[in-house]
Design a protein around this ligand. Sequence first.
Ligand SMILES: Nc1ncnc2c1ncn2[C@@H]1O[C@H](COP(=O)(O)OP(=O)(O)OP(=O)(O)O)[C@@H](O)[C@H]1O
Ligand SMILES: [Mg+2]
Length: 421
Amino acid sequence: MQNRTDINIYQSIFNSCVEGILLVKNGEIVLVNPSSEILFGYKVDQLIGMRVEDLMPNANRKSHEKLRTNYEKKPEPRQMGVGRDLIAQKKDGTTFPVEISLNVADMGGETMTIAYITDISMRKKAELELQRSEEQLINYAAELEQRVKDRTKKLNEAIDGLQKSNSDLELQITERIKAENEARIALEREKELNELKTRFVSMASHEFRTPLSAVLSSVSLIGKYISDENRDKKLKHINRIKSSVGELTGILNDFLSMDRLDAGKLSASGKQILICDFLHELKEEMQELTKKDQVLELKCATPGVSFNTDPQILKQILVNLMSNAIKYSPPGEKVVLDVIIKDDLLIIKVIDKGMGIPKADQKHLFDKFFRANNASHIQGTGLGLNIVKKYLELINGTITFKSTEGSGSTFILNLKSMNDE
Ligand SMILES: Nc1ncnc2c1ncn2[C@@H]1O[C@H](COP(=O)(O)OP(=O)(O)OP(=O)(O)O)[C@@H](O)[C@H]1O
Ligand SMILES: [Mg+2]
């Protein structure tokens, strides 16, 4: 028999134990500790006499009864409900997870079951949270993995795009190089063709000049031997042939000059010339070409002054300018040559009161074969001024002009002395 002190010790252990302790006999609660009140919400004296099944949800009661009866047949200390979650029910019907250890006790010859019950809500909650954060972690990892996959895919797409545009670029470059090569070949062909054309033109011009001069001399001879019959009419035709041959020779000469200038075959050589005398002679020569009552006037401000230039080239230039002034002015109008020498600069103006040049045509005037709109009824090839410009480059000269359609034109030459060369 235990003594009184032992009983008190057991009693206080029983009372202070935080686990709920139930003493059960044949499914009926016979003793409970105070913690059971907190666990189940029933008072101690309410709990005593209740069936243990009353402390679990309805759904589990039947199966528990069977398990319990089996246990009672062969009771032994063990953990209850291993491998499954045990759920208890409070007085107010709410449920909570529990862990239960079972033991057997012999109480005055009677076998009773002692159940130690622990509320594991907190642990479960913590487990759940852990599980949740594990899931979150897994989700996050999966999300990260997906993001990496997406990024990699985009990167790969960008690289693909880049590679494609690279190859596009390469293709473009090859095409451009091909086009450039084709253009170069075409240009070379055109150059060859141009050279061929120029060579042909200069050859033809050269070859035409000999028969033409034969025609001219024969016509002149015929003019001397004609009989009196219809003499005037015959002379008129002879003169017409002469002037046409002259025009043709002029055109051929222009072609030849142009060819020589383009090929760089001409070079200038300066010499000292008395400019007013030189121009006076030229004026006399040109007078032959004037129309009826057309007067050529020379205004030389610096008589007796010499100037260093190439006289042949200067003559070609002035013949062109003066024949234009004569050709594009009406009969009876004066053509003036105005000359001045200032230090090493020679300025010659060729002034006419003729038809002038339309404003819109002025910018093309020095282009090869260009002819102004208002000159189409007058014979010309549009080469003269182009040749003038090229000649001027050889003798340090420039040309400008002022013109008003219907009132006349002034062409101004500026020549630098060729002294220093
Ligand atoms: N003094 C001028 N007055 C009016 N128009 C002019 C004058 N000089 C040149 N032009 C215009 O400029 C054009 C080009 O002149 P350019 O001397 O080059 O050729 P062209 O006189 O027609 O032929 P050519 O080759 O026989 O000289 C002329 O066709 C004419 O329209
Ligand atoms: Mg001309």
